[in-house]
Write a protein that binds this ligand. Structure first.
Ligand SMILES: Cc1ncc(COP(=O)(O)O)c(C=O)c1O
Length: 435
């Protein structure tokens, strides 16, 4: 029996089934955009551990910074006896967050915790309870984050009741026939049917839906949300957990819309594989909770802070924003070319290197092909590629290669995807050829 299969059998016996598992691939080592499993097989990694490795596996600069920190100390608790790396990182994030207003930061450990804390801060600041989020959005697996998440199965099913006063409006998705105007009209309806704006503490939005399917929020939609929040004293929270740190060609995706959020969440690629998350926002809002109301034992771990400072240096030194834009262009060109002969690819879309294809039947956006999507993820793994799916209907392939990946390795990975789609949809190709 292969070591992968042996470990998979032990995994299935040892872990609760609620902990999902995409592939029976047990990693032995990883570098930049490649990993090797315990049976010695090599994989190209187009998943980056779900958007965590914009700087690649074990970037030497990140590795060296962590090794240096480990020589000094590993934990003291930021709330007890702090350290310079955390202060430097908070200063750097405050400076990087878009907009002219002075910023402040808190550190926590996971993305969901960052989301939870934005709601605490927004409620403390406004003295209001309500929160509006969007259909298809994903904000994490803790209770408030689940309540905000706009996808029932598997994230919310069986886990209710959720915190009250959370409402959802549809996210604008042109491909599915939901325009910006439709979304804004639905938001007005929430104000009419469910809660008056004067009781809404916050609106939370992902600038590009991550788990929900890589749908890009049009800039005018985000600007309208900014105007609505300004008009009613509502805190605008932008969840940059998946979109941040150069992924979309800017440090933060919200920069494409040219607006200043009140609060932002950050996690994932912030610390290059070490658990760290942050809330960064306008200083007077961030200061609303009382001392001691925010924090956590591991929040702002010195190891993670050292890693994050190195990540920020790498993003700048290696111009990862520009590389993300170039990678997006390369991927979209190849995928659009493939789309000409692969009718299963309903849409190719991207913001920088946040690239996706949506797989449908009969060229119809309303006939999602989740089975093909699942098969594709398995099939490409057999050819040495780690690929992630997502989407409200489970029919989107998301491309999240490290931004440090070479164009050659990106091409190699894309070729596997296209070849696999041809193999899996041979009948469709035949049909389209003979039609
Ligand atoms: C946009 C967004 N928000 C929040 C989260 C939750 O982050 P975590 O899994 O670190 O709790 C995720 C994770 O995928 C995410 O993509």
């Amino acid at each position: 029996m292969s070591r992968n299969l042996d470990l998979q059998a032990r995994r299935d016996a040892a872990f609760a089934r609620g902990l999902g598992n995409q592939l029976p691939v047990y990693v032995e080592r990883a570098r930049n955009a490649e990993l090797w499993d315990v049976d010695g097989r090599r994989y190209i990694d187009f998943g980056s551990g779900i958007a965590v490795l914009n700087t690649g596996h074990l970037h030497p600069t990140v590795q060296a910074a962590v090794a240096k920190q480990l020589e000094a100390f590993s934990h003291t608790c930021l709330m007890v006896t702090p350290y310079a790396a955390a202060v430097e990182l908070a200063e750097a994030l405050n400076a990087l967050a878009p907009g002219p207003n002075p910023k402040k930061t808190i550190f926590v450990t996971t993305g969901a915790e960052a989301v939870e804390n934005t709601i605490k801060i927004a409620r403390a600041h406004t003295g209001r309870a309500g929160v509006i989020a969007f259909g298809g959005g994903f904000h994490g697996r803790t209770f408030m984050a689940m309540a905000l998440t706009g996808k029932v199965a598997p994230y919310k099913a069986g886990f209710g009741p959720f915190p009250a006063e959370v409402y959802h409006a549809p996210f604008p998705i042109a491909y599915h026939g939901v325009s910006v105007q439709d979304s804004l009209a639905a938001l007005e309806q929430v104000f009419k049917y469910d809660i008056e704006p004067a009781r809404v503490a916050a609106i939370i939005v992902e600038p590009v839906l991550g788990e929900g399917g890589f749908y890009v929020a049009p800039p005018e939609f985000l600007r309208s949300l900014r105007a609505i929040c300004d008009a009613h004293g509502i805190v605008l929270i932008v969840d940059e957990i998946q979109t941040g740190f150069a992924r979309t060609g800017r440090m933060f995706a919200i920069e494409h819309a040219g607006i200043e959020p009140d609060l932002m969440t950050m996690a994932k690629s912030l610390a290059g594989g070490f658990p760290l998350a942050a809330v960064v926002g306008k200083a007077h809002i961030m200061d609303a909770p009382l001392p001691g109301g925010l924090g956590g034992t591991y929040a702002g771990s010195p190891i993670a802070c050292a890693a994050a400072l190195a990540v920020l240096a790498v993003i700048e030194q290696e111009q990862l924003c520009a590389r993300a834009t170039a990678m997006g262009t390369q991927m979209v060109a190849a995928l659009r070319e493939a789309q000409k002969t692969l009718p299963a690819i309903g849409e190719v879309r991207n913001l920088g290197a946040m690239v996706a294809i949506e797989l449908v039947r009969n060229g119809d956006p309303h006939q999602p092909d989740a089975e093909l999507t699942k098969s594709l993820v398995r099939h490409v793994a057999g050819k040495g590629l780690v690929l992630l799916s997502c989407g409200l209907y489970g029919n989107v392939i998301r491309f999240l290669a490290p931004l440090t990946a070479s164009p050659q390795i990106v091409d190699e990975g894309l070729a596997i995807v296209v070849e696999s789609l041809r193999e899996l949809t041979g009948a469709d190709v035949q049909q389209s050829v003979s039609a």
